[in-house]
Design a protein. Structure first.
Length: 121
């Protein structure tokens, strides 16, 4: 079981790239790629079931998205994304006996990312 939450509050501005569908705006294409990539990294095979839901901004990009991935090995990833609330950018990997947590820090000004992994048994 994998849970990933990524959120970043953005003031609504139709001229900002975050809200422009032609510039890969929206929660999924802006911050969601990190959450989906981190979930996929820990799945043993690619998902064969993908379910999604979203709440749109007026421009048509997604303000918030919920994503459920499942593969043939019956591994499940639940991902929640939003551009309307500040959330920690974190993921949890839950196994039979362990819980592994990961907080991902993105420093876009320096073009660096930091990953802090914790055993939170």
């Amino acid at each position: 079981m994998i849970q990933a939450n990524f959120g970043s509050f953005k003031e609504y501005d139709v001229n900002n790239r975050f809200f422009n569908p032609d510039l890969a705006g929206g929660a999924l294409l802006d911050i969601g790629v990190y959450a989906v990539s981190s979930a996929r990294w820990f799945m043993s095979s690619k998902p064969n079931t993908v379910l999604t839901t979203m709440t749109p901004f007026g421009t048509g990009v997604d303000e918030s998205s919920g994503i459920l991935l499942q593969n043939k090995g019956i591994e499940i990833a639940m991902i929640s994304l939003t551009m309307r609330a500040k959330q920690p950018k974190e993921a949890l990997w839950l196994a039979k006996t362990d819980i592994l947590g990961c907080i991902i820090f993105l420093e876009l000004k320096r073009r660096q990312s930091h990953i802090q992994v914790m055993d939170i048994r």
